[in-house]
Design a protein around this ligand. Structure first.
Ligand code: NI
Length: 270
């Protein structure tokens, strides 16, 4: 599907659920296609204790190419959030590259707003204690998010906003509260995507690539199941918007992800 020149480039998918049931028994082929497309590292976001075992098993099978984050996803926050976070604390080891995906999501449910905020603050503190970056999931809760990261400014937070869809102003506001990047995915390829304008203004040094697969499939594959092998489509769109070469986008976003998640440089086997 991609010409040979793509193979000399290396990409990192900073947010992909390769362990999702959508891939049941096909994970091997999905990961191989990603490797063939130059996506050498795939970071797995955690959701909650219900899916964690499957994720850890998969990451163990691909130690060179998969990395994991641990965190309680806002949509999974309920009355038992404290127990869930205790579970995460017990599993944190040197294999974990970030606390995520964590944050606030008021889109489908506002029953546990206070619990979401409490769990978010607790996990930001945990990340600071362990000197780990955070991977943020934010939907329909921007004001509360900024209230929280402003009150946590003393923690010296670093991380990225996954599936960033905000304005350039939101990106600039974010920079006041620590060392932040944004994760750009398939949405940037959609017709009339507002985030394309933000991407034009956000420095490439602050962008990391992600698919959020199996969701948010980039054009021209939109409407089908997403997978990490489609990362070059996202990189190509960013290159087009910014008037850069694909290689420049691949190299810089890879560099950014290696720095943010402190991943050793991947071995490139061509
Ligand atoms: Ni996700």
């Amino acid at each position: 599907m991609f010409s040979n020149c793509y193979l000399s480039m290396t990409y990192i998918d900073t947010h992909t659920h390769n362990y999702d049931e959508a891939y049941a028994s096909e994970e091997e082929a999905v990961i191989q296609r990603a490797l063939d497309a130059g996506v050498r590292i795939m970071i797995q976001p955690d959701v909650d204790s219900g899916e964690r075992g499957r994720m850890i098993d998969l990451v163990k099978r691909y130690p060179d190419n998969l990395r994991m984050m641990l965190g309680l996803y806002p949509g999974s926050v309920g009355k038992n959030w404290q127990e869930e976070i205790d579970d995460i604390k017990n599993l944190l080891d040197e294999e974990v590259v970030a606390i995520g995906e964590i944050g606030l999501d008021y889109h489908y449910c506002t029953d546990f707003v206070q619990e979401q905020k409490d769990a978010f603050v607790a996990q930001l503190s945990l990340a600071a204690q362990r000197n780990l970056p955070v991977n943020i999931h934010l939907r329909d809760a921007t004001d509360d998010f900024f209230d929280i990261i402003s009150s946590c400014r003393h923690l010296g937070l670093r991380g990225n906003l996954h599936a960033f869809s905000g304005s350039f102003e939101t990106f600039c506001r974010l920079q006041k509260y620590g060392d932040w990047y944004v994760g750009i995915g398939g949405v940037v390829t959609f017709k009339k995507a507002a985030v394309a304008e933000s991407v034009g203004k956000i420095p490439l040094e602050r962008i990391v690539l992600e698919t959020d697969s199996p969701y948010l499939t980039p054009v021209p594959k939109r409407g089908t199941r997403n997978e990490s092998s489609l990362i070059p489509l996202i990189a190509a769109k960013i290159a087009e918007i910014k008037g850069l070469t694909l290689e420049e986008v691949a190299n810089q976003t890879t560099e950014n992800a290696l720095r943010l998640f402190e991943i050793n440089r991947p071995k490139i086997v061509l």
